[in-house]
Design a protein around this ligand. Structure first.
Ligand code: SF4
Length: 445
């Protein structure tokens, strides 16, 4: 996979630190739906009618949202050729083949069941993540996008991104993806160094990395490269070679991730020797300087873009926008005038497909308590060095900014936050100690 969507805790629900779907896990203490409500939720089936389902979510509540946020669609594809030793995403080794038709059937059923929750709302961006969605056949991807277009009103200039693994690039297939409507790729290059790719357990080598970029250039004018650093045995000079190769390949967007040894991965059990904190901090400073010198502006913790090429899908996560996530293990955040919901679909592909056939793919649902909304908003928005315009807080949460006023003041006094009437943003100190800054807003719950 590429990790372009992780930090937004995409519907995919990962976050490399967020992204995946930063991951904004359901906020601690979030009110879980009762089991009866969960049962209703997984499926419109618990209601007598589509109108009944919609009425359930539209009923009065304590929240007052003046307008609903922009809505994105995330589609999760849960298979990979092989599981990478550092990966904690919802991805499963293919072991021969995967049930493409059955999975596409399930996605369509999932989407149909979710329609009453997003009735009449336009989709501004689509992100197909994984896993390795570029394992889909050209016909399969075409069918998927046709189903999306048939069932949902897609904005005419919607950004439609697909994650792609360099080990799966075939020129004809990617040409067909483009013809079907994919207009942005996110390519999981990770490194241009053959030995490091091997240490990461990637299925591609440095030649395939370069070939993938050639094919991307031939078909797409907008693509992201994921690059990882602090790799096993990596030196500062080698990290410099990687960023030189990445910049020379002229992507419109770059995502930069520190390799982390996540729990429940092969690397957590058998940790490789990686650069220490000082060495990796030096790498990070060098990489950021090189990107700035090449006119890639940082607009999020891990994201850098050429002018006008910021990832619109991910920005919607960081602006606390809405997303419907379909597919195995996908997460959703959906606003209604008087409540905001989070949902998670069944994680195992087999269970997910079975439940989708029963019109009940949602395993968990919770309504975000109003007291948690300030923290949830800030958890996302503080990832943006450029911050946010103050009115956005009330637009997305239904709360007055005074709900977090004391903490804003405290963070300002500590030099971690800057604010005036046009902007609220983390300072350099706030960016450096982002976790601490985010945690301060937990106290507002
Ligand atoms: S390609 Fe590797 S890192 Fe990406 S989702 Fe698959 S197993 Fe995880």
């Amino acid at each position: 996979m590429s990790a372009d969507g992780r930090n937004g805790r995409s519907g995919g629900g990962k976050s490399r630190g967020v992204g995946k779907i930063i991951a904004i896990e359901p906020a601690a203490g979030g009110r879980r739906a009762s089991s009866a409500a969960s049962a209703r939720l997984g499926a419109a089936a618990g209601f007598d009618s589509v109108a009944g389902t919609a009425a359930h979510y539209l009923r009065p509540g304590s929240l007052q949202l003046a307008a609903l946020p922009p809505l994105s669609l995330y589609i999760h594809f849960p298979w990979c050729v092989r599981k990478c030793p550092y990966c904690d995403f919802n991805s499963h080794e293919v072991k021969g083949s995967f049930p493409e038709d059955d999975y596409l059937d399930a996605l369509r059923l999932d989407l149909e069941a979710a329609l009453p929750l997003i009735w009449g709302r336009k989709i501004h961006t689509v992100f197909i993540g994984g896993g390795t969605p570029s394992l889909l056949s050209a016909q399969g991807l075409d069918r998927l996008l046709s189903d999306v277009r048939t069932l949902l009103p897609l904005d005419s200039d919607a950004e439609i991104t697909m994650e792609a693994n360099p080990g799966t690039f075939e020129a004809e297939k990617f040409k067909a993806y483009r013809a079907s409507g994919i207009n942005r790729l996110s390519i999981g290059i990770q490194s241009f160094n053959g030995a490091h790719l091997k240490a990461l357990g990637r299925i591609h080598d440095e030649h395939e990395a370069r070939r993938a970029i050639e094919i991307a250039h031939a078909n797409f004018d907008n693509f992201n490269l994921d690059l990882m650093y602090a790799l096993p045995g990596q030196t500062l000079a080698q990290a410099g070679e990687d960023i030189s190769a990445a910049i020379a390949s002229a992507p419109s967007h770059l995502s930069l991730y520190h390799l982390t040894l996540e729990a429940n991965t092969y690397f957590a059990k058998y940790p490789p020797s990686v650069p220490d904190d000082d060495a990796s901090a030096e790498m990070q400073d060098m990489l950021q300087e090189r990107l700035a010198a090449a006119a890639y502006a940082q607009y999020e913790v891990s994201a850098y873009a050429q002018p006008g090429r910021q990832a619109r899908h991910n920005l919607n996560y960081w602006h606390f926008g809405d997303y419907l996530g379909i597919g195995a293990g996908a997460h959703s955040k959906i606003s209604f005038p008087h409540r905001i919901l989070r949902q998670m679909r069944y994680k195992q592909p087999k269970a997910y497909m079975e439940q989708a056939r029963l019109a009940s793919p949602v395993q968990e649902e919770l309504e975000i308590a109003p007291a948690e909304l300030g923290f949830e908003f800030m958890l996302n928005a503080l990832r943006l060095p450029g911050g946010f315009a103050p009115p956005l807080f009330a637009e997305r949460t239904g709360l007055s900014l005074t709900a977090i006023g004391a903490t804003l003041e405290q963070a300002e006094q500590r030099g971690m936050l800057y604010r005036d009437h046009t902007i609220i943003r983390p300072t350099e100190l706030g960016q450096r100690f982002l976790n601490d800054l985010q945690q301060m807003f937990l106290s507002d719950e």
